[in-house]
Design a protein around this ligand. Structure first.
Ligand SMILES: [Zn+2]
Ligand SMILES: [Zn+2]
Length: 350
């Protein structure tokens, strides 16, 4: 079967066929690691090299690994949230307790996410190896980057992605872009983890630039980035995105220990109120530009209520914020969106 497919490819798409040719393990080891002492490396680095030797084609090896990392991490992080949502004990920490997700919604969300992953993300991820090589990133090479440098690189990627996402996300709230692209993601006014990548293919492409441009920009200025570091970064970024859509804020959630971390508390409010909290990982862009005013006003009103009345006040506030959010969404759909500035005037509520 594989050889028939290869014959057809060689006949009709020789360039593609050429890139899929594999070599045996001895040739791969000599070509890729001829001058490397593999015995002196860590277990992880040796496993990495063994994988590239076994695959016998670095482009194919990177493409498949990149896609697998994305799928395993994304769904591996979503499934625990589906289990948590099915256990009533955890509902006390639900950000919008008045909302419940249906089986039909989960099924539709899974279908859209899988369709986007296989049609839109797979070709891009497959091309990742040649793109990485073009920008000077290491792929099959070992050893990996030392841990302190890796940590600094990932910190830069987080800050860059957060900035990119803030502005791109606000642009997606501009009337025509919202109506034609971003509206799909906002179908969930109370999101679930699985909905992190429930979005129009164009939105996936636009917002993915924030995740991958940081590494490419870094490569342009410094030539010491390894794709293994990028996998760690993508893993952390997927954890951040899925958790931000989880709909839960636990007392042990990261934002309680890192006050500038956005978390689900911040992004859930975006899905509910529509016009606040545009960033991904951190709170500083929204804070400095006043696009978290409704969020803070809502929090202050709930905090001001007495312990006895808090649940009732929170319920009423949630309903009002959501109703206001729906009005703002309708305005954006009618073309009146101002790139996410509805309801914000000189940092105050209109
Ligand atoms: Zn949005
Ligand atoms: Zn979202």
């Amino acid at each position: 079967m594989a050889s028939v497919a290869m014959d057809l490819l060689q006949k009709y798409a020789p360039v593609v066929a050429e890139h899929l040719v594999t070599v045996n393990a001895t040739t791969a080891q000599n070509q890729l690691y001829g001058d490397v002492d593999l015995g002196g490396l860590s277990w992880l680095e040796r496993t990495w090299a063994a994988y590239y030797i076994w695959m016998g084609n670095p482009v194919l090896a990177t493409g498949l690994l990149s896609f697998l990392v994305h799928e395993v991490v994304y769904f591996g992080r979503c499934i625990p949230w589906l289990i948590i949502d099915a256990i009533p004990y955890f509902h006390q920490w639900k950000l919008q307790p008045n909302k419940a997700v249906t089986r039909a919604q989960i099924l539709k969300c899974t279908k859209v996410v899988l369709l986007t992953h296989f049609t839109c993300e797979f070709p891009l991820i497959y091309l990742f190896h040649p793109i990485c090589c073009y920008f000077g990133m290491s792929t099959y090479e070992v050893p990996f980057t030392p841990l302190p440098i890796m940590a600094a690189q990932i910190a830069f990627f987080f800050v860059f992605e957060d900035m990119f996402h803030y502005w791109a996300h606000r642009a997606l709230h501009w009337g025509p872009l919202y109506k034609n692209i971003h509206k799909l993601h906002h179908e969930f006014s109370a999101p679930i983890g699985l909905a992190a990548e429930y979005a129009h293919p164009l939105e996936v492409l636009i917002l993915a630039q924030g995740t991958i441009s940081g590494p490419f920009l870094y490569c342009l200025f410094r030539n010491d980035l390894h794709i293994f570091t990028v996998y760690i970064w993508v893993t952390l970024r997927l954890f951040q995105a899925v958790d931000a859509h989880s709909g839960y804020d636990f007392p042990w959630s990261l934002r309680h220990f890192l006050p500038f971390w956005a978390g689900a508390d911040h992004h859930d409010f975006h899905h509910m109120a529509f016009v606040n909290c545009y960033s991904t990982s951190f709170r500083w862009w929204d804070y400095v530009l006043g696009t978290d005013n409704k969020y803070h006003a809502y929090k202050a009103r709930v905090a001001a209520a007495s312990a006895k009345d808090r649940a009732a006040v929170e319920k009423k506030e949630l309903e009002e914020v959501e109703a206001e959010g729906l009005r703002a969404e309708r305005l954006a759909e009618l073309g009146g969106g101002k790139g996410g500035m509805e309801g914000v005037k000189h940092g105050k509520l209109e």
